[in-house]
Design a protein around this ligand. Structure first.
Ligand code: GDP
Length: 440
C-alpha cells in the first residue's frame, strides 16, 4: 500500500505493555467512521472525555475506554483525531489494533503524527526536533535545551537572519530593476556589504556556541587518563555503578577504550576509561595507548588519575582535573596545584570530584545560553549558508553584477530555510521524522 497523508493512521502513544493505561491515537479522514463503528457512544463530542465501550467490527466487546475526539483542524495533526485510553494489556492492544486495521486505518510510521502537524503548519522543523529531543532527553540540561528550542529559540534566530537576507536581496533587486539610475549599483553596495558582514559574524558565532549545544544534546566526552594500575577502571565502575570495565591487579588490563553513558551534575556525559599510559612493547597495548591519547585530544574534560605516591603528570594542563586515587591506602604527596583525592574502594572524596566535574561542565555550557545549533543538520545548513554569503560578499566587492551576487544570496536563504522547513525539501523531512518514535 502506498503511504499517503490522507491515510488514517493509528499508534500506541503510551509505553510498553503491560501498563495501567494504553493510549491509542488515531488521526485522519476515517476517524468519524471508525468512531461510529467501534464506540458504543458513536462519535464523542469534540474535546470532551467520554466513557464508552469499544468493540471490533463484529460487535465483540474489546474494552471499556475513555475516548477524546479532536475535530480537525484544531488538533495536533490538523486532522480529525481520536484518542482512546484503554487498559494497558498486550491482548487488549492487539485486539484494538486489529479492529482499527479492519476499520481502514494503518499503523503510523515513526514521527508521522508530528510530520502531519508540520505539514498542517502547526509547527516548524526546529520545534518538531525539539519534541523528539524532549522525549529523548536523558539529562536535565538536555531537557532545558529542548524546552528552549521548543519555545522557538532557534526559529526566532533564523527568522532574523532570513529578514536580513531578504533585505539584501531587495536592495540587489532594486539595482537590477533600475539600471537607468547610474549610481544605483554603488548606492546599494555599501548597505548590502554591511548586511553580509553582520550576518556572517552572527552565523559564525552561532556555529561556535552551537558546539556546546550539540554537546549538551549528544553528551560531553570525559576521559580518565593515568598510568596502569592508577585505579582508572575502578573509578569508572564506581561512577557508573556497575562493572563496565575490568578491574585487575595486572597492569595494562584495559587495552581499548571502555565508554559508559552517565548523567553527571545534570549533564549527559560519555565517560571513557583508557589504556594506562606507559611505554610498552605489546602491540595491542601500544594501540590502546595511542587511542587513549587520541581520545584525550578531543575530550571536553580530562581527568588524570595518579596513585598516591606519584607526582602530577607533566601533560596535565590547568583545565584538566588531577585526582589522587586510593586515598584509603596512603595520603597523596603534597603538590603545587589543586588536586582531588578519592578512594574508589570506600567512596571517599567522590562527591567533591563529582561537584568539580559538574562545575567544569557548567562553565563549558555557559556559552550556550540560547541553544542555536543542536544537531549536525543545523550545522550543515549554517555552514552552507556561510559559504554562499562569503562568496556573495567577495563577488560584490570585486564588482560582479547584482544578478550573480543575488544567486548566492538565494542559495544561502534556501540553506537557512531548511532549518525550519521553509523550503520544500523532501529529504530533510525524511531525515527529521525518521528519528521519532511511533505514535508521536
Ligand atoms: P587501572 O589500571 O588504572 O584501570 O586500575 P584498576 O582500576 O584496574 O585498579 C588497579 C588496582 O588498584 C586494583 O587491584 C584495584 O582493586 C586497586 N584499586 C583501585 N582503586 C582503589 C582504591 O580506591 N583503593 C584501594 N585500596 N585499591 C584500589
Amino acid at each position: 500500500m502506498v503511504k499517503s497523508s490522507r491515510d488514517t493512521i493509528y499508534a500506541l502513544a503510551s509505553g510498553a505493555p503491560p501498563s495501567a493505561i494504553a493510549l491509542i491515537r488515531i488521526s485522519g479522514p476515517k476517524v468519524t467512521s471508525i468512531a461510529t463503528a467501534t464506540l458504543s457512544i458513536g462519535l464523542p463530542k469534540p474535546r470532551q472525555a467520554a466513557l464508552s465501550e469499544f468493540s471490533d467490527l463484529s460487535g465483540r466487546l474489546i474494552d471499556q475506554c475513555l475516548a477524546v475526539f479532536m475535530a480537525g483542524p484544531a488538533s495536533y495533526t490538523g486532522q480529525d483525531t481520536l484518542e482512546l485510553s484503554l487498559h494497558g494489556g498486550q491482548t487488549v492492544i492487539d485486539l484494538a489494533v486489529s479492529a482499527l486495521t479492519d476499520a481502514g486505518a494503518r499503523l503510523a510510521e515513526p514521527g508521522e503524527f508530528t510530520r502531519r502537524a508540520f505539514e498542517a503548519g502547526k509547527l516548524d522543523l526546529t520545534k518538531a526536533e525539539a519534541i523528539a529531543d524532549l522525549i529523548d532527553a536523558a539529562s536535565p540540561a538536555q531537557h532545558a535545551q529542548a524546552i528552549q528550542q521548543y519555545g522557538g529559540a532557534l526559529a526566532d534566530l533564523y527568522s532574523g537572519w532570513r529578514q536580513s537576507l531578504t533585505q539584501a536581496l531587495a536592495l540587489l533587486e532594486a539595482s537590477i530593476d533600475f539600471p537607468d539610475e547610474e549610481d544605483a549599483p554603488e548606492r546599494v553596495e555599501a548597505p548590502v556589504l554591511d548586511l553580509f558582514r553582520q550576518l556572517i559574524s552572527e552565523l559564525e558565532q552561532a556555529l561556535e556556541s552551537g558546539e556546546v549545544s550539540e554537546r549538551i544534546r549528544d553528551g560531553f566526552q570525559i576521559v580518565i587518563l593515568g598510568k596502569p594500575n592508577a585505579g582508572k577502571s575502578s573509578l569508572l565502575n564506581r561512577l557508573a555503578g556497575r562493572d563496565a570495565a575490568i578491574v585487575t591487579e595486572i597492569p595494562g588490563t584495559t587495552r581499548d577504550i571502555v565508554e559508559v553513558r552517565l548523567v553527571l551534575g545534570g549533564y549527559l556525559v560519555w565517560l571513557s576509561d583508557t589504556a594506562g599510559l606507559r611505554d610498552t612493547s605489546d602491540k595491542v597495548e601500544a594501540e590502546g595507548v595511542r587511542r587513549a591519547m587520541a581520545k584525550a585530544e578531543e575530550a571536553d574534560l580530562r581527568i588524570w588519575l595518579v596513585a598516591p605516591e606519584e607526582s602530577v603528570p607533566e601533560a596535565a594542563v590547568p583545565e584538566d582535573l588531577v585526582v589522587h586515587s586510593k586515598s584509603d591506602l596512603a595520603k597523596p604527596r603534597s603538590v603545587s596545584r589543586e588536586t582531588y583525592s578519592i578512594s574508589s574502594r570506600t567512596g571517599a572524596g567522590l562527591d567533591d570530584l563529582l561537584d568539580a566535574i559538574a562545575e567544569r561542565l557548567k562553565s563549558l555550557s555557559v556559552r550556550s545560553e540560547a541553544p542555536m545549533i543542536t544537531r549536525a543538520r543545523h550545522r550543515n545548513a549554517i555552514e552552507g549558508a556561510l559559504k554562499e554569503l562569503g562568496r556573495a560578499k567577495e563577488m560584490l566587492s570585486d564588482g560582479y553584477g547584482a544578478e550573480l551576487v543575488s544567486e548566492h544570496v538565494r542559495i544561502a536563504a534556501r540553506q537557512l530555510g531548511s532549518l525550519t522547513g521553509h523550503v520544500e525539501v523532501e529529504e530533510i523531512l525524511g531525515e527529521v521524522f525518521s528519528t521519532f518514535c511511533i505514535g508521536k
